[in-house]
Structure formats: structure tokens, C-alpha cells
Design a protein around this ligand. Structure first.
Ligand SMILES: C[S@@+](CC[C@H](N)C(=O)[O-])C[C@H]1O[C@@H](n2cnc3c(N)ncnc32)[C@H](O)[C@@H]1O
Length: 260
């Protein structure tokens, strides 16, 4: 179902949707203009299209419930045993970003899902200090605990999420703060960036990866960059990636930075 939604979103993007407002407008316009086509679609096709509306309109709690009840059960084996291709790319990038450091003192992964990337980093023996995976989805966290146990690595899985409030960690506790494909699901993405910056130690590495065309929240690159700068991060580097194997194929933005 998720693939169908992203397919539909990509279609709207191809038609010229570039931000939340015109994305939504386009959806409504299309539906009005092509109502007779919409009406002629099968019920199943109509439902696929309507789901794109629903994802946008869901409250944060409804969306998380949808994730737990619909999305995760649809992908029971997703991420379970190994890094998916996007994560392989990210893992290589992270290893090269961290290679000049003898050890990395603590990692926080915001919206970690089952934390396969963190388990991978833990298995490399380069992390000295806590590795904390934070995610609202209890099912994913349990998958992560099981995998960490099988891989005999020490990773902490904690239920929580980005909201308007501070996360329950001391400032400057981690040397690496990552958020992969998670901030574009929350209206509080700005606080997500602020929290990542707050939690980083001096010289710590900030690694934000998100979809430029999320079916839910659009994060404008310049707003993200300005905020990252105003949070005291420097050496900000941004790239736009269209990873071949990204499940949705939609462009990803990667912003890395160092805490000053
Ligand atoms: C596409 S998954 C990515 C998981 C993982 N980072 C990875 O790359 O495999 C998005 C994750 O973001 C989490 N998420 C959704 N809303 C969130 C929020 N407000 N704060 C933190 N995580 C959130 C979801 O529960 C989900 O596990």
C-alpha cells in the first residue's frame, strides 16, 4: 500500500507539485477535473488514491497508529536481517565520515525503526558509549532488540518520538546524531533538528537524511540548512541523492554538519 501511495505522490510531483500547498491543491484539482475518471476507477484504485489524502490529513497519533497497524505488518521482513540498499549507502557514508575518529562516543538515532544501521555500526566496534535507538513503534523496537541480541551487540531501544518538547537526554551526550527518513513524517521536524543539535557533543557529527517529497511533510532544504546553522552547527554539506534502490525512488536530501 505504501508503494502505491508513494507512486501516486511521485505522479503528483511529476505533474509539478513541489511543496505541501501545491501538492494538496493539485490533488484536489485533479480530483475535481478528472472526477469522471476517478469515478470510473475500481474501488481498489480509488482507495489507493484516497489513502494519499488520508496520510496527509492524519493527526500525528493517527499516523503513528497507521504505521503500527498497516505499514509495519505489510513489511514483516523489512530491515530484519540486513541493511537494505539505502542503508548500505548510508553506512558507507557514515564510516567514511567517522574514519578519522578513534572511537565515537555515543550515538543517538532518532526514528531508528529497528535500528539495523546502529546494529551494523555497533558490530564494527567503532562506538564507545551508548547507542540509543529512539522510535515510537514498539514493534520495530522489538525487532531491533531481537536482532541486536542475535548479533551480540549492545544497543538500547527506547520508545519515544520527536514532538514539540525536549527529548529525555542530557545536552551534549552523543558524538553522532542521526535521523534517517524519519523527520519528514513529523510536523515537529524543526524541533527534531534542534534536538539533534542539542544532544551533540562539541565536534559531534550531525547526519540528516530525508525524502524531498515525503507524502506527509515537506522539509524545505534552505529552511533546514538555516536552522542547522542557527543551532551552532558548521561545515554544513548538502547533497541531493536519487538512490536507485530507494524503495520509492524519490529524491533524498542528505545534510551533514559538525557541532561547533
Ligand atoms: C522509514 S522509517 C525509517 C527507519 C530507520 N531510520 C531506517 O532508516 O531504517 C521512519 C521511522 O520514523 C519513525 N517516526 C515517525 N514519526 C516520528 C517522530 N515524530 N519522531 C521520531 N520518529 C518518528 C517511524 O516510527 C519509523 O520507524
Amino acid at each position: 500500500m505504501y508503494e502505491i501511495v508513494t507512486e501516486w505522490c511521485n505522479f503528483l510531483i511529476d505533474l509539478g507539485a513541489t511543496n505541501v500547498e501545491n501538492f494538496t491543491q493539485l490533488m484536489f484539482k485533479l480530483q475535481a477535473r478528472y472526477k469522471h475518471i476517478f469515478d470510473s476507477l475500481s474501488k481498489a484504485e480509488q482507495e489507493k488514491i484516497m489513502l494519499a489524502y488520508k496520510i496527509k490529513e492524519m493527526t500525528e497519533d493517527e499516523f503513528l497508529r497507521y504505521n503500527e497497524e498497516v505499514y509495519v505488518p505489510l513489511h514483516p521482513d523489512w530491515f530484519r536481517d540486513m541493511l537494505v540498499p539505502d542503508q548500505e549507502f548510508i553506512a558507507k557514508e557514515l564510516l567514511s565520515l567517522l574514519c578519522t575518529r578513534e572511537k565515537v562516543h555515543g550515538v543517538i538515532d532518532i526514528g531508528s525503526g529497528p535500528g539495523t544501521l546502529d546494529i551494523f555500526l555497533a558490530s564494527k566496534g567503532i562506538i564507545d558509549g551508548p547507542i540509543v535507538c529512539l522510535d515510537p513503534l514498539a514493534t520495530s523496537l522489538q525487532q531491533g532488540r531481537d536482532l541486536a541480541k542475535r548479533m551480540a551487540v549492545d544497543v538500547e531501544f527506547q520508545e519515544g518520538r520527536i514532538t514539540a518538547d525536549a527529548l529525555p537526554f542530557e545536552s551534549e551526550s552523543f558524538e553522532l546524531a542521526i535521523a534517517i527518513d524519519s523527520l519528514h513524517w513529523t510536523t515537529h521536524w524543526k524541533n527534531g533538528i534542534k534536538e539533534m543539535a542539542r544532544l551533540l557533543k562539541k565536534d559531534g557529527v550531525f547526519y540528516l537524511f530525508y525524502s524531498e517529497h515525503s507524502p506527509r511533510i515537506m522539509i524545505p532544504i534552505n529552511e533546514a540548512q538555516n536552522l542547522i546553522y542557527s543551532c551552532g552547527l558548521r561545515k554544513i554539506q548538502t547533497s541531493r541523492l536519487r538512490l536507485q534502490d530507494t524503495p520509492s525512488g524519490s529524491p533524498r536530501i542528505l545534510i551533514t554538519a559538525i557541532k561547533n
